[in-house]
Design a protein around this ligand. Structure first.
Ligand code: JEH
Length: 265
């Protein structure tokens, strides 16, 4: 997979040289390229921003440097020149659709992703319209809170997507287990020693009974999700529930209906 990131703070993306994603780059699984937007300006001051039409606080990123940068990376990724699928342009924005694991799975299948990191009050809207000719454009938000720019969102998204590219995560079994648990929170984990400051690891995990352990972990997932993220439980696909799951939910005060899970009373 080829990934291009355009930013006025390319050093911000240096963290992608580390850890799993850095290893995947060394192994040739991810071809990650970071570009400085200012390299695509033509004026002496390398200007990337200007005042907003209609007034208001702050500055807006100018269209032309973005058009130059995006045309350049679209070209770079089209070395085959086969006119095949368009690259996906991901534009982090507080006004985007919230980035989800489902999006990460879908984007991990793409050949070429381009990330456009805005700053200030964002990028001139015409850049997104114009980009539609070359890219499949996706305005995406990391979540409902305000950041100062797109870079932190890109670090998170590249990590979430990159780890799903075949070969990037060393143990693909962990990805399979993860996908089976999608939509539920994780179960709690423990390591040695089995007794630490008067706190013991749950006996079941020391029992060696793998069937019982799997059942306990699943119950923990359901319980945690019910308490911490009831919104997830109410959206959960009922057809994924086993008989034991339904019994555990009933014991927690949930009614399992034909198409959804609902808190009783
Ligand atoms: C932020 C790209 C480019 C700051 C404020 C405003 C909110 C009401 N999850 C995310 N949060 N923020 C970003 C993001 C992602 N992905 C993000 C960015 C850029 C992504 C520039 N900024 C800074 C920025 C305007 N306010 C947005 N409004 C709903 C709380 C008030 C106005 C725009 C851009």
């Amino acid at each position: 997979m080829r990934i291009d990131v355009v930013s006025i703070f390319p050093e911000y993306l240096a963290a992608l040289d580390l850890s799993l994603i850095g290893k995947a780059r060394q192994d040739g699984l991810l071809d990650l390229n970071v570009h400085d937007l200012r390299d695509f300006t033509t004026d002496r001051h390398r200007t990337v921003d200007d005042t907003p039409y209609g007034g208001g606080a702050g500055m807006v990123m100018k269209a032309e440097p973005w058009a130059q940068a995006l045309a350049s990376v679209a070209e770079a990724g089209n070395s085959g020149g086969d006119g095949g699928t368009r690259p996906v342009l991901i534009v982090p924005s507080p006004a985007g659709a919230v980035f989800t694991q489902t999006m990460a799975y879908e984007l991990a299948e793409e050949k070429h992703l381009v990330f456009a990191c805005g700053r200030y009050e964002g990028i001139d809207e015409r850049v997104l319209e114009w980009s539609g000719e070359r890219f499949d454009v996706r305005p995406v938000s990391l979540g409902d809170y305000v950041l100062n720019g797109g870079e932190v969102a890109v670090l998170a998204m590249v990590e979430a997507i990159g780890r799903l590219v075949p070969g990037v995560v060393g143990n693909p079994e962990s990805l399979v287990e993860e996908s089976h648990s999608d939509g539920l929170l994780e179960y709690p984990v423990y390591t040695k020693p089995s007794s630490w400051r008067d706190r013991n690891v749950p006996d079941i995990l020391l029992s060696g009974n793998h069937g019982k352990i799997a059942q306990w972990r699943r119950e923990q997932q359901l319980q945690r999700t019910a308490v911490r993220r009831p919104d997830l439980l109410e959206k959960f696909d009922v057809s994924q529930l086993t008989k034991a799951d339904k019994a555990a939910l009933a014991a927690m005060g949930y009614d399992v209906m034909k198409d959804r899970i609902q808190l009783r009373g």
